[in-house]
Write a protein that binds this ligand. Structure first.
Ligand code: FAD
Length: 483
């Protein structure tokens, strides 16, 4: 006798979407969540950062308001209000997930889950109510593990959550730090650099690799470095942080909050670099990667295969090596992004319900929400070459686009990569304002094998930033009108 067709462990972007799709297809579903529903994305990742990005961009826009014929005098950044707005938006979205669970008849069980066997989960109930502390077992035909990931905190960084923080605490410092040093220039590090520099903080970014945004094309990284230089962000690459030293533990954040002002003499953190430089700062944000939440959930006992870093190994149907047990999202380490977690969740749910679906990783968009944004999809020019394609490239600059000019956003470039033989679009990159939205059209083209010619003969509304995509497609054949 089972209690449910499906139990999902974790209510983040992977877990809650799995549960809803399975319920839509007729399954009886329970979700077990030890923290807040919505997981990292809704409560301490995508959404909170993007609310702060919105405030940061507004500050940057006000700073050049006179360019638009608007004179603004004496404005003030209210960090407390920025944080409050973030919390309100998060709360609204979390409530939205509760509503969707209710609407789809999904049971939410609050507590920490441990797998006992391939159809039993033990839960240490933590619902703040009567059953708190009780251990209850639930049985299901299928189980989906969607336990996500957490920040990697190296011991030499001396993380204390106050002076040396992870991305979670960087979402709400007691006040805007005077100086912030960010270790790691991946997308999380770069987004926080963009946010806090706009809010008036002196930001330094230290990256171990030769370029910021490791994994991106060199030229793209250079472009981002120039953007940071313009914002006064100091970028140090090819350098290792050997030790973070907090000289004198300062006051608890609660006390700082009470005082409602930053401590004047708060720059008590010293960051030792491998070239001998020591940088004095107020706060350090460690953003050097994320590790899977795959310990203490019973994987070993069941013999579920994990890789050397602890990520759960899955096939394209999202199945683990144990029949009836699936894994989705960051805990699989495939592509650690919210929309990928959700897509994997849908594939898992469809397979559980007897529909044969597979993950397709060939056209996944990813966005770095700096200002301007950087987005890409499919494969890059160099990846395509390595894969043996005869590649053609088309480019178009924002400065030649009427809408970009009207918006005062001329710093941007779009690149499309196509296969010379078939003409199909293989990938693309947008570096410029609204890249996050523009990348969808290119993703559609990559996913559906659309050719550059077909894209270039698609009529785009004028004046729009999307016209840059059409022009880049034309440029592949050397016939861009405005180049
Ligand atoms: P999570 O969202 O982490 O959810 C896992 C859930 O499982 C958690 O709620 C956890 O409490 C629960 N759980 C864990 N163990 C147990 C247990 N034993 N029992 C019960 N419950 C358990 N991605 C984007 O696509 N776009 C962005 O702009 C973006 N920005 C980000 C910014 C930051 C600062 C960070 C940190 C991440 C960002 N991400 C972004 C990544 C995105 O948040 C993750 O890829 C996504 O949340 C992964 O979803 P998930 O369901 O796999 O895991």
């Amino acid at each position: 006798m089972v209690d449910y067709d499906l139990i999902v462990i974790g209510a983040g972007s992977g877990g809650y979407v799995t549960a809803i799709r399975a319920a839509q297809l007729g399954a009886s579903v329970a979700v077990i969540e030890k923290g807040q529903v919505g997981g990292t994305c809704l409560t301490r990742g995508c959404i909170p950062t993007k609310t702060m990005v919105a405030s940061a961009r507004l500050v940057e826009k006000i700073d050049r308001a006179d360019q638009f014929g608007v004179e603004v005098e004496g404005y003030k950044v209210n960090y407390e209000r920025i944080i409050q707005r973030k919390e309100d938006i998060v709360e609204e979205l979390v409530q939205g997930v509760y509503f969707l669970f209710k609407k789809n008849g999904i049971d939410l069980i609050k507590g920490k889950a441990i797998l006992l066997n391939n159809n039993t989960v033990k839960v240490n109930i933590d619902n703040g109510g009567l059953k708190t502390g009780e251990i209850v077992q639930y049985k299901a035909e299928n189980i989906v593990i969607a336990t996500g990931s957490k920040p990697l905190l190296l011991p030499e960084f001396n993380y204390d959550g106050i002076n040396v923080v992870s991305s979670k605490e960087a979402l709400e410092f007691p006040a805007i730090p005077e100086k912030l040093l960010i270790i790691g220039a991946g997308y999380i590090g770069c987004e926080f650099a963009s946010i806090y520099s706009a809010l008036g903080c002196k930001v330094t970014v230290v990256e171990l690799m030769k370029q910021i945004l490791p994994g991106e094309d060199k030229g793209t990284a250079k472009r981002m470095e120039r953007v940071f230089a313009d914002k006064g962000v100091r970028v140090i690459t090819d350098t290792k942080v050997e030790l973070v030293e907090v000289l004198d533990k300062i006051k608890e954040p609660s006390l700082q909050k009470l005082e409602k002002k930053p401590l004047k003499d708060a720059n008590n953190v010293f960051v030792h670099l491998n070239d001998g430089e020591v940088i004095n700062t107020e706060k350090v944000l460690a953003a050097v990667g994320r590790i899977p939440v795959s310990q203490e959930i019973g994987l070993k006992g069941l013999g579920i295969d994990i890789d050397e870093r602890g990520f759960i190994m899955v096939n394209d149907q999202m199945e683990t090596n144990i029949p009836g047990i699936y894994a989705v999202g960051d805990v699989t380490g495939k592509v650690m992004l919210a929309h990928v977690a959700s897509a994997q969740g849908i594939v898992a749910a469809e397979n559980i319900m007897g529909n044969n679906k597979e993950m397709d990783y060939s056209s996944i968009p990813s966005v770095i929400f700096t200002n301007p944004e950087l987005a890409r999809t499919g494969i890059s020019f160099s990846q395509a070459r390595k894969m043996g394609y005869k590649v053609k490239k088309g480019r178009f600059f924002y400065r030649a686009n009427g809408k970009a000019k009207a918006m005062g956003e001329e710093n941007g470039i779009i690149t499309l990569v196509s296969d010379q033989e078939t003409g199909r679009i293989l990938g693309g990159e947008v570096f410029g304002v609204d890249a996050a939205n523009l990348i969808s059209e290119i993703t559609l083209a990559v996913k559906n094998g659309i050719t550059a010619e077909s894209l270039s003969f698609t009529i785009h509304a004028h004046p729009t930033l999307a016209e840059t995509i059409k022009e880049a497609a034309e440029d592949i054949y050397g016939v861009s009108i405005h180049s």
